[in-house]
Design a binder for this molecule. Structure first.
Ligand SMILES: Cc1ncc(COP(=O)(O)O)c(C=O)c1O
Length: 470
């Protein structure tokens, strides 16, 4: 007998309990508490309880999940979960995750994962076509947008610093400088710090009146750094800033990068997959001119966590930065299947592409396009409702699905209290924001489950609070 396997009866039981759990979770979502108050005693007991010497078995384990884990988990799939940029998983995700765990393909080299390698390649080639990258582009699925940007900057270093793998930055003649905007995600700073660029060499360029990188200021900063003997190296533009959803002027920035011979990375973790919708192509078409781009299938493709993506226009550069020889991992290259260990820092890798590919197969690209169109429309509806409400002020134009607003005359504490009340009354979970120094509230409709009725409920609640205040 093998203690680590389930018997036939236990498999039946586990299957039935799993189906029942998923079904009741799905049915319960609309009425679920979005942000349940964590039961600290239960959580502390999870920590204090010693690992059992003898296992509790299938039924008791499911009971434990239902009693301790589920009630203390945030309902990110609730239709009025409108905080951060966190999409609820699409409907096929739990099933695809289960099959991926059963297959447990190691997506490092192709003999350990032949079908997985082709599935990842097919997802990456499709994503590259959405962005408008050329055929020689290559990429890799990552643990998220932050890791994709880290890998992008590592690739840019390897491309621009002679003998980077041998010397690192130790022999660089002058400090390298990376430019991004004051609205950029902190993952850009993190990547620069981790890679040894140093935060003092990250320029946070001012933005214009609608929170897009000011290209004149970028040009001036590059000139000043060159005059000071520094080495401008890379620009990280943002397609969909985390606070307001603004899109940097990508074409102008690409022109400047070409003239100055700088690597252009686009952080499209939040916004670039809006390229699926026709109406966004004009605004974001410049993504196609980047040297590399971050995308996040765990946002707008509603893949379950984690699924980020890096694409590099000249795929050979991604490989040059990450391929290392070793005597124990010699794999003959195959024209069909890719060895993803040569495209990223990981050796053992899970089969992230499966859930992304499965959702595209199950629902079709049009379903994701329609979800984009719907969420963009819902954000506009919320923005218009806020503009039409005396006492509320929109803090930024609604470019994508982020809606930032403030209550006139409210202090920071008032805004915090409002957010807490919205959550406590289970109306919605929204988040805080600071726009051009002004604190307020941010709703982000990156949620395929949100309906017009949900948006109207939030608006009506806000309006009734304002009337109550007067
Ligand atoms: C613009 C932007 N960049 C990067 C990230 C980080 O992505 P991840 O959480 O997948 O690491 C986010 C997350 O919201 C984002 O909005």
């Amino acid at each position: 007998m093998n203690e680590l396997l389930l018997t036939g009866d236990e498999r039946d039981r586990a299957g039935a309990r799993l189906l029942a759990l998923l079904d009741s979770y799905e049915r319960g979502l609309p009425k679920a508490e979005i942000l349940p108050e964590p039961d600290r005693d239960v959580l502390a007991s999870l920590l204090a309880a010693p690992m059992p010497e003898r296992g509790v078995g299938v039924d008791a384990l499911f009971d434990r999940w239902e009693d301790t884990i589920l009630p203390n988990s945030t309902a990110v799939a609730h239709p009025r979960f409108l905080a951060y940029v966190l999409g609820p998983p699409n409907g096929i995700a739990p099933y695809a995750e289960a099959v991926a765990a059963a297959l447990n393909q190691n997506c490092n080299f192709w003999q350990l994962s032949p079908a997985a390698s082709v599935v990842e390649r097919s997802v990456l080639e499709w994503l590259a076509s959405v962005v408008g990258f050329p055929a020689q582009a290559k990429g890799i699925l990552t643990g998220g947008g932050s890791l994709a940007t880290l890998q992008a900057l590592a690739t840019a270093l390897n491309d621009r610093v002679p003998d980077f793998h041998a010397n690192g930055l130790q022999r660089a003649s002058a400090p390298l400088v990376v430019y991004t905007s004051v609205e950029a995600h902190r993952s850009v700073d993190k990547a620069a710090a981790i890679l040894g660029i140093g935060l003092d060499n990250v320029r946070h360029i001012a933005t214009d009146s609608v929170h897009r990188m000011d290209v004149g200021a970028l040009r001036a900063a590059i000139e000043e750094d060159r005059a000071d003997g520094l080495r401008p190296w890379c620009v990280v533009a943002t397609c969909g800033t985390v606070s307001t959803g603004s899109v940097d002027p990508l074409d102008d920035i690409a022109d400047l990068c070409a003239a100055e011979d700088l690597w252009l990375h686009v952080d499209g973790a939040y916004g670039a997959l809006f390229l699926l919708s026709e109406e966004m192509r004009g605004l974001m078409g410049g993504c196609a001119r980047a040297d590399s781009i971050t995308l996040d299938p765990h946002k707008l493709l509603y893949a379950s966590l984690e699924a980020g993506c890096l694409l590099v226009r000249d795929g050979a550069k991604l490989r040059d930065a990450h391929a290392f020889d070793s005597s124990y991992l010699t794999v003959a290259e195959d024209p069909l299947m890719t060895d993803y260990m040569d495209y990223g820092p990981q050796l053992s890798r899970n089969f992230k592409a499966f859930k992304v590919w499965s959702a595209l197969q199950a629902f079709g690209v049009s379903a994701f396009r329609e979800a984009n169109v719907r969420t963009l429309g819902l954000a506009r509806r919320l923005g218009e409702g806020i503009e039409a409400t005396p006492g509320l002020t929109l803090l930024a134009p609604v470019t994508l699905t982020a809606v930032c607003f403030a209550v006139d005359g409210a202090s920071d504490d008032d805004h915090t209290a409002l957010l807490e009340r919205l959550a406590a009354e289970n109306v919605a979970l929204l988040g805080p924001v600071v726009v051009a120094g002004r604190r307020g509230i941010r709703a982000c409709v990156t949620n395929h489950r949100t309906s017009e009725a949900d948006i109207d409920l939030v608006l009506e609640w806000l309006q009734s609070r304002l009337t109550g205040r007067r």
